[in-house]
Design a protein around this ligand. Sequence first.
Ligand code: GUN
Length: 285
Amino acid sequence: MAEPIIIDGTQISADIRAEVADEVSRMKEEHGLVPGLAVVLVGEDPASQIYVNNKERACVEVGLNSFKYVLPAKTSQEELMDLVDELNCRDDVHGILVQMPLPGHLDPTPVLLGIDPNKDVDGFNPVNLGRVVVGNAVLPSCTPAGCIELLKRSGTQLEGANAVVVGRSNTVGKPVALLLLSENCTVTIAHSRTRDLPEICRGADILVAAVGRDRMIKADWVKEGVTVIDVGMNRSEEGLHGDVDFHEVKEKARAITPVPGGVGPMTIAMLMRNTLKAAQMKLPV
Ligand code: GUN
């Protein structure tokens, strides 16, 4: 086998953010409009604080306005909904993201339903999931959209390919499967109850792993020439690993994402792109 392509998510993410930055400056010049992203964090979860700070920094780098709201952990459902309503009404806020998970006493469902679908840059509102279902992915969720970009920018043939998605979550498995279908792949969604999972995976030209099981997918689960997108982020005392046994599987792959440095960096790039798209939707036609 030829050396596999190691799909460089860090580089592709930087490329996309540079493209967004160009579009943002054009929008400023031509329309006097600066896209704005509001990020809401409830409580003091340290991991969430890091994610939110990274999002704020990415906004600054591409020239977006960033509005950060940090609410105390004891914030009530009503107070959070009131803030979402206020942000829905603001003309300078084009994208709204409420960082998950919320503290236990808050119900995320009404919050996600309450975000204006045209400002829902996370793509978590069921309206945006429904748009993905009907093939009109205006604001697709960021990690699934990032997987598709990695495939396209690594020269993967999508049309007619057999794509197997392992995992059926609402945040990754289901939407990535539907986006692959929109790209004319033949899609199988496999999961923990799938009978003979290795045999199903061996049928894949494109394998997307999003199950959250450390290095579950082995070399004898894939065919020669497969393209592998590994969404897994499994931390153990041995370090951070994906759902795919990278060192084994890369020997048979045409192309494969590493962990870290594959899908991870794409989520923020797609968030920037969705915020730009949400602002473009406000431009006069
Ligand atoms: N928590 C972890 N990842 C995400 C994300 O992509 N969006 C939101 N809103 N919360 C998260």
